[in-house]
Design a protein around this ligand. Structure first.
Ligand code: ADP
Ligand code: MG
Length: 462
């Protein structure tokens, strides 16, 4: 392994992919217990060294997961100079080695600080290796936030102070914050970056008060080059924490250090925040992340499916992008479910199986789409009367739109075949099944029809 800092980041990134695949393979619970506590340490001469603090973890990983880890690592570390043909798990040597960083930095900087102080500079604590700029999919709704985050991470001098990122839940704020931290750490490991949630900030402050240790608390925070506070709305209504944060903030900014803050609302909308703090937070660059639109949702799904190296058809991804509109976190959760299924079952994933697997999520997001609305939309599109949806007429120019409406009802609602049949003039469930099959087949052979259906679908979903 070479000595470039880039290699550390690459190592951590490859390892991130390995643990994700393990997660899909062995399930969340086992993953959390045995794989998550592992840290990547080094890759040398084909041996990937992982560390943990617990002998129990080491034993269990060796006895149960070693083979799988080796196989997946061999695939995921292909891009590194040295491939992986052996995986070793060892017990971290507490302070002699900074175990939660890849080895280069730990060798370079044997720890001399006291443990408690040391923790505050521990950049990788709580940083997710998957949350990098490279893994962030950019689209219209987040391009501004992405651009300013990148700029902040790249510039040696303080760019915008503070940088304030805001947006609804699950839209990528934390991802961008971590990406900034990773990037700075990779470019310049000497810069002290501290990332923590506002909640942690408050807990530490409260602790310091309790142990009458506010001096070292202040010192800790005021000696960093970059301070990142995630979810600052958490300290709304918490006056003394706000007060302390305000002073820390001012001290850093006045001293030319970078401050980066995220929140779920813009500075002016942060209720329960002191006026002077709100206005101070808005002084630098304020960038918001909008909810992902269809294109971005699809882009994110494609990129994540590709990363997982699982073949999922475009149709399925499009279906999900249309139907799961709440936020990226939920979209990701849905995709993970599909990926896990694909890997376990090894059979091709279809729209039908996706709809089954995601029934609960789809129900939640399709509450508004009713058969009634589908019928109206389809009728309007084909220029037929809505009443034809219930009629017994079988002329092609009427039967076809009716079949399409049934197909959409099956795909966009969670109703069963008989339930759908009832809403189409009391038709039998086999008629509905036949309609769904017919439209599915036609969509493969008839480009015009397929386009029509997709169009109606996207209008209904928006
Ligand atoms: P927030 O902090 O805004 O609530 P997160 O940063 O935790 O949201 O994002 C939720 C999940 O969605 C994370 O797993 C994150 O990686 C993912 N995510 C959000 N936006 C994107 C994006 N543009 N590209 C890739 N992944 C994203
Ligand atoms: Mg967050």
């Amino acid at each position: 392994m070479t000595d470039l800092p880039e290699d550390n980041a690459a190592l951590v990134q490859c390892w991130g992919r390995v643990t994700q695949r393990m997660r899909h393979d062995i399930g969340d619970a086992a993953w959390r217990n045995w794989i998550k506590p592992l840290r990547v340490n080094r890759l040398e001469a084909g041996t990937l060294t992982l560390e943990t603090d617990s002998t129990l973890t080491r034993e269990r990983v060796n006895s149960q997961y070693a083979d799988r880890l080796r196989v997946i690592s061999a695939a995921e570390f292909k891009t590194m100079a040295s491939g992986v043909n052996h995986v070793e798990v060892r017990i971290a040597k507490a302070l002699a080695q900074r175990t939660d960083r890849p080895h280069r930095m730990s060798e370079q900087k044997p720890v001399q600080k006291t443990p408690s102080k040391d923790k505050s500079y521990d950049l990788s604590a709580g940083l997710d290796p998957r949350y990098t700029f490279a893994n962030f999919v950019v689209g219209k709704p987040n391009e501004l936030a992405f651009a300013v985050a990148r700029r902040t991470a790249e510039s040696e001098k303080v760019a915008f102070n503070p940088l304030f990122l805001y947006g609804g839940v699950g839209l990528g704020k934390t991802h961008l914050m971590h990406a900034i931290a990773w990037h700075i750490r990779q470019r310049n490991p000497a810069r002290k970056v501290m990332y923590l949630s506002a909640e942690k900030f408050m807990n530490r402050f409260v602790q310091a008060l309790r142990f009458r240790d506010t001096i070292s608390f202040k010192e800790q925070f005021r000696s960093v080059d970059v301070l990142m506070i995630d979810d600052v709305q958490f300290i709304s209504g918490k006056e003394s924490t706000q007060e302390e944060f305000f002073h820390t903030f001012n001290a850093l900014v006045e001293d030319g250090r970078q401050v980066i803050v995220s929140a779920d609302k813009s500075p002016t909308d942060l209720e329960g925040m002191e006026e002077r703090l709100r206005s101070r937070l808005g002084w630098g660059m304020v960038a918001d992340i909008h909810p992902a639109d269809y294109e971005l949702r699809l882009g994110i799904l494609q990129s994540k499916a590709e990363q997982a190296q699982v073949e999922i058809s475009d149709k399925v991804l499009e279906f999900m992008a249309h139907r799961i509109v709440s936020n990226v976190r939920e979209l990701e959760g849905a995709l993970n479910r599909i990926l896990a299924h694909a890997m376990l079952i090894g059979r091709e994933i279809t729209i039908d199986s996706t709809a089954d697997l995601l029934a609960d999520l789809l129900r939640a997001s399709s509450r508004q789409i009713s058969v009634d609305v589908i019928q109206k939309r389809v009728a309007a599109h084909y220029g037929v009367r809505v009443s034809e949806m219930f009629s017994a007429r079988r002329a092609r120019n009427i039967a076809r739109p009716r079949q399409i409406a049934m197909y959409l009802a099956k795909n966009l609602t969670s109703l069963s075949y008989p339930e759908i049949g009832r809403q189409f003039g009391g038709r039998d469930h086999t008629t509905v099944m036949h309609a769904v099959k017919t439209v599915e087949n036609l969509m493969k052979s008839d480009a015009q029809l397929s386009e029509d259906v997709e169009l109606i679908k996207s209008i209904l979903a928006s």
